[in-house]
Write a protein that binds this ligand. Structure first.
Ligand code: ADP
Ligand code: ZN
Length: 300
């Protein structure tokens, strides 16, 4: 009899990751391909699962999907599981969850890419006694996945932490910001494309000593101060392409402490701030492992 396994999908704006696994340590197969049109990409995904389960003699119990959005995550909605008003060409109102379930004839669970990453990182903490947790990605966009009382937060729609307002000193930083909705929100000032437009070179190319990083750490620390004062998370993971610049962490520790100004008393805001604000443990695999947990959770 075919062995039971789970499918995981991380659908990104440029790349799609797929994986078949029994659990975090038993991975049977994984692949990455470019995200093209919805028809092409959905058939690349479903063909991968069909071909691999056949040749490895596996049976998928369910699939977990972490996807770029915005997504409709309201189970009562007619368009539940759809990608909705995305700027990504051709993908508006794609019935992602429905098409995958129909093609593979198994149930799928879907959540945002950042929620999937949050779940992946949260579950990798294992024995740590943490129930309030936030994962922030600083990449092409900025997003936050929130776990409160050990559950992912959806709320009204889903949190949009990238679009909070932070102080923008226009004299020190005259760059107007690039968010098409709010201009100088957090994402408009501090995402990878904002860095590129402000400094006329890609974020990867900016030297470590460039003043760009001082300003970047400043914006991130102001956002973290707001986060710490509202949600009081016990762990904050900072991921995404821009945070590959690991030298940012030291600056962020110092500036976050300076902005909080000793108001909140916790050893984690003092000598142990390195344990509060950290890079992702799973590196660039947070999302795909989170998607695997989404799949496993639907079978509980
Ligand atoms: P996405 O957000 O599209 O899923 P990433 O998290 O890799 O993908 O974010 C891409 C953004 O991160 C780009 O703006 C890129 O310039 C920036 N980036 C990627 N790698 C680095 C790096 N090593 N240092 C600084 N910025 C980076
Ligand atoms: Zn915005």
């Amino acid at each position: 009899m075919a062995e039971k396994a789970f499918g995981a999908i991380e659908l990104g704006g440029t790349k799609t990751f797929v994986m078949i696994a029994k659990d975090k340590t038993n991975i049977y197969s994984r692949k990455i391909f470019p995200t093209l049109s919805p028809n092409q990409t959905i058939s690349d995904i479903t063909n991968f699962f069909k071909d691999e389960t056949n040749s490895l003699d596996l049976e998928l119990a369910s699939i977990g999907i972490g996807s770029f959005g915005p997504l409709d995550l309201d189970p009562e909605s007619k368009t539940f599981g759809y990608i909705t008003s995305t700027p990504k060409e051709g993908w508006q109102f794609t019935n992602l969850k429905g098409k995958i379930e129909e093609s593979l004839q198994i149930p799928a669970a879907i959540d945002t890419d950042v929620n999937a990453s949050a779940l992946g990182e949260f579950r990798s903490l294992l024995k740590q006694d943490i129930d309030s947790f936030v994962y922030i990605t600083i990449g092409t966009g900025i997003g936050g996945g929130f776990i409160i009382n050990r559950e992912l937060v959806h709320g009204l729609v889903h949190p949009e932490f990238g679009h909070i307002r932070i102080p923008h000193n226009k004299r020190m930083d005259p760059f107007p910001g690039i968010c098409p909705y709010h201009r100088d929100c957090f994402e408009g000032l501090a995402s990878g494309p904002a860095l590129e437009e402000r400094w006329h070179m890609t974020a990867e190319m900016l030297p470590k000593e460039h003043m760009a990083w001082e300003l970047e750490a400043d914006y991130i620390s102001l956002a973290l101060m707001n986060l710490i004062c509202t949600v009081s998370p016990q762990k904050i993971i900072l991921g995404g392409g821009v945070m590959h610049q690991l030298h940012l962490f030291k600056k962020i520790y110092q500036k976050t402490q300076r902005y909080l100004n000793n108001y909140i008393k916790s050893k984690y805001l003092d000598e142990q701030i390195r344990d509060l604000i950290m890079p992702p443990k799973l590196k660039d695999n947070s999302g795909i492992f989170g998607a695997l947990h989404l799949a496993i959770d639907t079978n509980k």
